[in-house]
Design a protein around this ligand. Structure first.
Ligand SMILES: *[C@@H]1O[C@H](CO)[C@@H](O)[C@H](O)[C@H]1NC(C)=O
Ligand SMILES: *[C@@H]1O[C@H](CO)[C@@H](O)[C@H](O)[C@H]1NC(C)=O
Length: 466
């Protein structure tokens, strides 16, 4: 009598359980599919690690949020301050110091920024020196693909050390490696021989496929201090600077989804963003435009699907068959960027576009400052500035200096839509859309370059030849 409702409940239970079981199975299938796809997507020689982390590892990648710099942090309009943005350093501490000296870097008033890949490829000590400098000064910058791998290794080390027997296993291995180093320090051969010695150790399964124990990234990850790790972990993938209408990113960004035409209504630059309700009240046209531009610039980051994939912004070089590509075959992403930016005519068609264009777009141009593409060298286009001039390959270390008086000299005012490259050769293999004005080559160090809407910058570099 009292227990009446219970049978009723009991009858309900099995179907609910069944449903749950089906849901779990479905989720599993979907999950497997998804992780399989992401693995396929990033199956390159630089192992991209979140593909593994979705399977049976914790999240080693630790991607941070987008960072936005204020007008104070990027003082483009303050004549008493300068912004110095340095290309890929790769542990070349000596040349980094020379470059700071050459630009007469003044820490009290200048803002120093790097575009990522501050470590690896150079000597271990050099990487540690650069990292120490950046971390102790809390220098603004973005993560590079190599910095990313160092972060992932450190997270992995923490994970191993958190497990019973983990610290001992890692110590044992490290001791064996130290003993080995006297002869021929080949990490891969060393790890292979260790694996053979302890074939059945479950620890080997905890090393993600493709990761190189005792390689550059691992040894830096192991050697760095907690503060240095925290510094790398805090580096964003992308910096947005609304007041300069600029981004800083290690490898690149796309202006639009290449699987659609640039004027497709789904593209951020093809649509005037909608203002939040009531936010235009009491604002001048200029103020409203500024809000709209910021919204549109954010939309490039969040609504172009390729830009939301961390691997892409850390590794992209070109677009091939409508897809982001990490090699340089295909069209440089910076050409796609320029192609779209040149068509921006403003929200009210007020920008005078120099020549009649096919697809005018309701947008304002923005600028990407990046590194990563050492094979292309210094690559300055009207709306993108590629600063990796290959210091680690004995070429040059380059900085973009904004806001200095000498950058504003009259000779600097070569305001045109031309580009600046440090070598004449177009290294792209299959250029599917050559642009008539990409062939101009100007002397990099003698003239300022136009930056953003109305500013000028200067390119300063030092030789890294030994
Ligand atoms: C690297 O630095 C350590 C000390 O920090 C030093 O003992 C070692 O000799 C240096 N190695 C090279 C190749 O300069
Ligand atoms: C470094 O600067 C960032 C802001 O850019 C800040 O959030 C962070 O707390 C700083 N870290 C240290 C250790 O001062």
């Amino acid at each position: 009598m009292v227990g009446r409702p219970q049978p009723h409940l009991a009858m309900l239970e099995p179907p609910v359980r069944q449903l749950c079981a089906y849901a779990v199975i479905t989720l599993f299938v979907v999950f497997f599919f998804a992780s399989g796809l992401s693995y396929h997507f990033s199956n390159d020689d630089l192992p991209f690690l979140s593909a593994y982390t979705t399977q049976r590892f914790p999240d080693f990648s630790q991607y941070p949020d987008l960072k936005t710099l204020s007008a104070h942090q990027f003082p483009l309009d303050d004549p008493s301050r300068r912004i110095i943005i340095v290309g890929d350093i790769h542990g070349q501490y000596e040349y980094f110091s020379k470059l700071l000296e050459k630009v007469s870097y003044k820490p009290a008033s200048d803002v120093l920024i790097h575009v990522g890949d501050i470590v690896t490829k150079g000597s271990h000590n050099g990487s540690m020196q650069v990292l120490s400098y950046m971390a102790s000064h809390n220098t603004t910058g973005v993560r590079g693909n190599h910095d990313q791998k160092v972060v992932e290794w450190r997270a992995w080390i923490h994970w191993i050390r958190s497990q019973r027997g983990g610290p001992r296993w890692l110590q044992h291995l490290s001791d064996a490696w130290s003993a080995e180093q006297a002869d021929s320090p080949n990490p891969e051969a060393f790890v292979e021989s260790q694996r053979k010695k302890s074939k059945h150790s479950h620890w080997w399964k905890k090393v993600p496929k493709g990761w190189k124990l005792f390689g550059d990234h691992f040894t830096i990850a192991r050697a760095m201090s907690d503060a240095e790790y925290e510094y790398l972990r805090a580096l964003p993938l992308t910096i947005h600077i609304p007041n300069a209408h600029a981004y800083i990113v290690h490898a690149g960004l796309l202006p639009s989804d290449p699987t659609y035409t640039p004027d497709h209504p789904g593209q951020p630059l093809a649509t005037v963003p909608r203002l939040p309700k009531g936010s235009e009240r009491g604002k001048t046209q200029d103020e409203t435009n500024r809000i709209l531009r910021t919204l549109q610039e954010r939309a490039i980051l969040s609504n172009v699907p390729q830009n939301t994939v961390p691997y892409n912004v850390l590794n992209m070089r070109s677009i091939l068959h409508g897809k982001v590509h990490k090699g340089s075959a295909g069209k440089a992403w910076s050409k796609a960027w320029k192609h779209d930016m040149k068509r921006c005519q403003g929200f009210n068609q007020e920008l005078s576009v120099t020549k009649p264009q096919k697809e005018l777009l309701p947008c304002y141009p923005s600028t990407v400052i990046y590194g990563h593409a050492a094979s292309r060298g210094l690559d300055i286009k009207r709306w993108s500035i590629g600063l990796d001039s290959g210091c680690v390959y004995d070429r040059r270390l380059t900085a973009l200096v904004l806001g200095s008086e000498d950058a504003l000299s009259s000779s600097a005012r070569r305001d045109d839509n031309r580009d600046l490259n440090d070598d004449d050769k177009d290294r792209e293999e299959h250029v599917d859309e050559p642009e008539e004005d990409d062939t101009d080559t100007l002397e990099a160090n003698q003239h300022g370059i136009p930056f953003g809407d109305s500013h000028h910058g200067k390119i300063v570099s030092v030789s890294c030849a030994r």
